[in-house]
Design a protein around this ligand. Sequence first.
Ligand code: S3P
Length: 164
Amino acid sequence: MMKTIYLIGFMGSGKSTVGIALADKLEKTYVDTDQFIVDTHQQQIADIFQEFGENTFRNYETNALKEVSTYEVVSTGGGIVEKNENLQTMQKNGLIIYLHASFKEIENRLENDQTRPLWKSDDEEKLKLYLRRLSMYEKYADHIIHTDKKTVNEIVQEIENYIN
Ligand code: S3P
């Protein structure tokens, strides 16, 4: 059986857009862990954070990741690397591909975003989170793709080249 391809990376790095395009091109099944959580709990991510807090969201996320292991392409939430258990699930079941985008690029893409509770703090906090996560994504990735200034098609092609 083909291994699952997990896309990891910071908020706004294009995990969902690229995941959908990749699955489409390879004719693979696709799921997004955030969307899976929203569907399962019938609540938006921001509302889950607000009502139950980040810890509850992280538990939902860990369960979601386990439940989607039969899918072939999985886009994850930016915080998936926060738990060791998640890393083990992904390492055991598939390939981890990190979509890297520069902080500047992320800032541009998320400029008016209202849906991400962890992209609300001041600039210094955002940069701190970005840098902390960066080292985790790099550490756990089987492969890194630099996405700045690339089209979705180019990124998909790079992933295809890597897995073949
Ligand atoms: C988060 C990223 C979000 C979502 C939640 C927490 C994070 O997903 O899971 O808001 O901790 O980085 P995206 O990476 O799809 O924005």
